[in-house]
Ligand binder design. Structure first.
Ligand code: ARG
Length: 506
């Protein structure tokens, strides 16, 4: 009996997408001379038929991962130099690779690089072009390396730059907040709990609450950057390599502060991307909370702030409308960033070790998070710096209408010896009286106030004023204008340390 055939072969091979000859086994055309192969990659000889067009489109990441090109070039350069230093690559090969990579860098920067779907991803695209330019030297670049450690390295390098850019944007936003806060360190507004008027605060103090959030965000990025900034290269596919390599040399050249040591972990780990997106989600949430109040406060009902016209749109049907689109979009964009975090978490949830092609799906969420956050921070900074006008009168009036100094009256009675619970009760009755009369607590005559407690003296009006109330909260973190100015000065000193240092963790 004749031996059964291993798998049915089509009598005629399907036509290659893009036309042209396919390299036959053992007789591969010289890539320098030949037109680009339809099936990318050096593994093509393993296969009996070309990739289907649908598969090519499904598989390719080049249309989005070309953003990693600069990182890919830097990583390749460092890898090649290391291979030369350890004796794997000749001086002539290194020189050819260096020239080729520089040429490619120029082509990409000028928008002349031919990105082709058939080259699958940024790594193959660069390698193939390098081989066109540098011949065999280009083909030697991938010695002791895999796309698995290559892509992990590229994403980390790229993300490190993105973190530094975002950190600078956060610093700029904080400066804008601090400037506005200083101008309004003594501007009275109602502070809210349950969205009900609670106690008077200053607008400056309110803004400094957001500054505190963004300060934590900066800390988080600096912390996350330390774990982003570790080098996977040298892990090769998953097990390391038999070639003599010097991982620390590559790490130093690329500015990594440590190795992503275990080779199996290094090629499969995407914690760093998730951590980054988690930190980014918190920034988005802080921006969204701020935006929510701007939407609310810019309605005529509140009238606390006016947003400059250039940040608003009109209605196509209602001529009177001025819509706060910027804060609404900022609020809405947080959904994307949080969604991207969810996508990355789910992406990793059940992946077996080590690298899986699933990981190619890490890039679009990550890029989208960076882009969304960059846009959001830029416009919010502009809005805070140039487009946000508080209406001090309206804010003050709202604080006055809300009996915001009721707690101050209770504290006054406590200082005169009344137990706090009794003071609370006396003031509650005073508020009802003021409500009946349709006036503020400070407008009740002395004998009316004394009816609720004989401890009330004519010094009571000092504590009932809004200014007196905020000035009395004069401790670190309190709303007294003096403390707000101190907090602003402290924040400025802290920010001075960030200058030029990105997330400041290197
Ligand atoms: N484009 C791939 C990615 O983004 C590169 C790594 C591919 N590695 C592999 N063994 N197929 O993850």
């Amino acid at each position: 009996m004749p031996a059964p055939k291993k798998g049915a072969r089509p009598a005629k091979r399907p036509a290659r997408p893009g036309g042209g000859r396919r390299a036959s086994r053992g007789l591969r055309p010289d890539p320098v001379a030949a037109p680009p192969l339809p099936r990318s990659g050096t593994w093509s000889s393993r296969f009996a038929e070309p990739m289907s067009e649908r598969m090519q489109r499904f598989n390719a990441s080049v249309l989005f991962d070309r953003r990693l090109a600069d990182a890919d070039l830097a990583g390749s350069l460092a890898h090649a130099r290391m291979l030369h230093a350890t004796g794997v690559l000749s001086a002539a090969d290194l020189a050819a690779i260096e020239r080729g990579l520089a040429t490619i860098g120029g082509e990409i920067a000028r928008g002349e690089f031919a990105w082709k779907l058939e080259n699958e991803d940024v790594h193959f695209s660069v390698e193939r072009r390098l081989t066109e330019l540098a011949g065999d030297a280009g083909k030697r670049l991938h010695t002791a390396r895999s796309r698995n450690d290559q892509v992990a390295t590229d994403v980390r390098l790229w993300l490190r730059g993105a973190i530094d850019a975002i950190a600078s944007q956060l610093v700029a936003l904080r400066h804008a907040l601090l400037d506005l806060a200083l101008r309004h360190a003594a501007t009275i507004m109602p502070g809210f709990t349950h969205l009900q008027v609670a106690q008077p605060v200053t607008f400056g103090h309110y803004l400094m609450a957001f500054d505190a959030m963004f300060a934590r965000d900066l800390e988080r990025f600096a912390d996350c950057r330390r774990r982003v900034n570790r080098l996977p290269l040298g892990s090769a596919a998953l097990a390391g390599t038999g070639f003599p390599i010097d991982r620390m040399r590559v790490a130093r050249e690329l500015g990594f502060e440590a190795l992503a040591e275990n080779s199996i972990d290094a090629v499969s780990d995407r914690d760093f991307a998730i951590e980054f997106n988690a930190a980014a989600s918190l920034v988005s949430i802080h921006l969204s909370r701020f935006a929510e109040e701007l939407v609310l406060w810019s309605t005529p009902r509140f009238g606390f702030v006016t947003l400059a016209d250039r940040f608003c749109t009109g209605s196509s049907i209602m001529p009177q409308k001025k819509n706060p689109d910027v804060p609404e979009l900022v609020r809405g964009k947080s959904a994307r960033v949080i969604g991207n975090l969810t996508a990355l978490l789910v992406l990793m949830k059940a992946q077996p070790l080590a690298y899986n092609k699933d990981n190619q799906e890490d890039k679009e969420p990550l890029f989208d998070t960076v882009d969304t956050l960059a846009d959001t921070l830029a416009i919010m900074t502009e809005l805070v710096a140039t487009g946000l006008t508080p209406d001090a009168e309206r804010m003050r009036e709202a604080a006055r209408e809300g009996y915001a100094t009721a707690t101050d009256l209770a504290d006054y009675l406590v200082r005169k010896g009344l137990p706090f619970r009794d003071a609370h009760d006396a003031v509650a009755r005073a508020v009802r009286e003021a409500e009946t009369r349709g006036c503020g607590l400070e407008e009740l005559p002395l004998d009316a106030l004394r009816a609720f407690s004989p401890l009330v003296g004519d010094d009571v009006y000092g504590v009932l004023t809004l200014e007196g109330s905020v000035a009395s909260r004069d401790h670190p973190g309190g709303t007294a204008p003096r403390q707000v100015r101190r907090a602003i000065a402290a924040a400025r000193r802290e920010l001075a340390r960030h200058r030029g240092g990105g997330a400041g963790a290197r």
